[in-house]
Design a binder for this molecule. Sequence first.
Ligand code: FSX
Ligand code: SF4
Ligand code: F3S
Length: 383
Amino acid sequence: MVDNHNITTIQNRLSELAKLPKMKANSSIMDVLNEHGFTRRDFMKWAGAMTALMALPASFAPMVAQAAELSDRLPVIWLHMAECTGCSESLLRSDAPTIDSLIFDYISLEYHETVMAASGWQAEENLEQAIQKYKGKYVLMVEGGIPDGDSAFYLTVGSKGTTGREHAIHASDNALAIFAIGTCSSFGGIQAAAPNPTNAKPLHKITNKPVINVPGCPPSEKNIVGNVLNFLLFGTLPALDVYNRPKWAYGLRIHDLCERRGRFDAGEFVQEFGDQGAKDGYCLYKVGCKGPYTFNNCSRERFNQHTSWPIQAGHGCIGCSEPDFWDQMGPFEVPLGDRLYHTVFDGLGADAISDKIGIGVLAITGVAVAAHALIATATKEKE
Ligand code: FSX
Ligand code: SF4
Ligand code: F3S
């Protein structure tokens, strides 16, 4: 709950941040945005949207804007482990930079292998220098699963034969806050899928420091930037679910705000890809959509500046922000049916919602009843 006390704390925090030295000495975020054709008005509109994304009252928008303006006071170290770099691409991919990607550029990215010029031994040196210079003050973002134990050598970084595991532990030990970016870093991801040949682990099993998970394969650019802003504003861990995901981003199921939800409730399902139902935007449950079991905000926020997202594009959600989704949610185009999947139903009313809406219709569809039964079991097991 946000009250006046919180507002004063945030304002004090922002004033303290403003006193820290600017790391981008000669430019402000507005200079950068102007250069790319964005106006102050665009920026304030963006701040308003980010405020809503983080589930903060609209009156917070000026403070969110201020946090973005002060984002060059926050040193960030971004490490790559075993992954596809899709998480970085999620932010950097755009041919026309978005405000999100420009803000991300503007934060003091002290080390990020994809975007920095240095390579080889020089890169290693840069990393160590950044860790020492900002000891206890930097935000660590780690992308990728981490080979562990006797298999740690499968991810060897740099000329000294240091393992990814050692890098991750060292950087975590000296960080102010730690974010696992993407499902690989949050839960192991594809590297950890059976039979997990490299014994890949999520970051929170490698370090004993608290880790905030920002899953998704990849996570949206909004969820990555939103976490930076959230940290700038509050300086503390946000409210987290049982998988340490920020509730503001992962508090609702894909299914809860899906644009095809009315079709689900009415029992209108795509039976196979390409049929008339698919053309008419029917629900994708029967062709494998895992939206009822997946917590993320894609159905509300979409990707690529709100243009589209998997379900709008015509394929079901594959559950990419859930633990072990490669093993548990597959085959991706087959409904989960009665295979039991353990996920979080944390009292947000998943069961109640399914109960209230269209239960008569659900009874006819059979398949939807299976989904409902699954949810009910998962809820019961949690209790
Ligand atoms: Fe890839 Fe990131 Fe998936 Fe993993 O994303 S988009 S494999 S979550 O670590 O690069
Ligand atoms: Fe949307 Fe999938 Fe739920 Fe259907 S099952 S309403 S497509 S999230
Ligand atoms: Fe992933 Fe499902 Fe969103 S597959 S990107 S959580 S719609």
